[in-house]
Design a protein around this ligand. Structure first.
Ligand code: DX5
Ligand code: ZN
Length: 217
């Protein structure tokens, strides 16, 4: 199976958001990754609901919304209404994770769980059949353009083995510092979806970069 690619709009030119989304529409990207930061769960702010709506207005690809916020359950419905096709919440920000996953599913969209680099994949053991996607953070969330954390290969393999053992069917997504050097190793470790921000948007030809990532055998 070819890798699925989710360019992170956080690295796009926000003064030309329509143009950037249209560029992605014409590319081989599978999703548009939308990073929401609250300045509390993570030490940075990004953007919120109106900007997500604006992206959705022009997007022909499903929006993969990554909530890096405390109390994500309070905003799940608003991001669904803003056009999310997948909503991922952080396990570390969700004391009632199972309830939040049910809440997301009740809206008829896909539910994901993101975990920080230090969080073991075993935290997901009891929700493996309740999730459509696991987002393994390969940088500490909060900023684009950071260096990939090598331990992610090990976590990807562990999660892949857990999925096989449980006969579960969620997608394994890797988020942070992804580039053409680490992407083949991530695929070999069991990744299905790669998020890529700076690597795509700082390229002279972002569509070609997306094509190259998808072409990894
Ligand atoms: C980090 C975000 C990532 C980030 C990826 O907090 O969740 O999605 O935008 O950007 P790059 O690929 O530049 O690390
Ligand atoms: Zn993200």
């Amino acid at each position: 199976m070819a890798l699925q690619i989710a360019p992170s709009i956080l690295a796009a030119d926000f003064a030309n958001i329509q143009k950037e989304v249209e560029m992605l529409n014409q590319s081989q990207a599978d999703y548009i990754h939308v990073d929401i930061m609250d300045g509390v769960f993570v030490p940075n702010l990004s953007f919120g609901i109106p900007v997500t709506q604006a992206i959705h207005k022009h997007a022909k690809k499903p929006l993969d919304v990554h909530l890096m916020i405390v109390e994500p359950e309070k905003y799940v419905e608003a991001f669904f209404k803003a056009g999310a096709a997948i909503i991922s919440v952080h396990a570390e920000a969700s004391p009632h994770l199972h309830r939040t996953l049910q809440q997301i599913h009740s809206l008829g969209i896909k539910a994901g769980v993101a975990i920080n680099p230090h969080t073991p994949v075993s935290i997901l053991e009891n929700v493996l059949h309740d999730i459509d996607l696991v987002c393994l953070m390969s940088v500490n969330p909060g900023f684009g353009g950071q260096k990939f954390i090598e331990q992610t290969y090990h976590k990807t393999k562990q999660l892949h083995a857990m999925r096989t053992h449980a006969k579960a069917s969620f997608l394994i997504e890797i988020d942070g510092g992804v580039n053409i050097e680490n992407a083949p190793k991530l695929k070999a470790a069991g990744a299905d979806v790669l998020v890529a921000g700076n690597f795509v948007f700082s390229a002279t030809n972002p569509q070609e970069v997306i094509r190259q990532l998808k072409a990894i055998p």
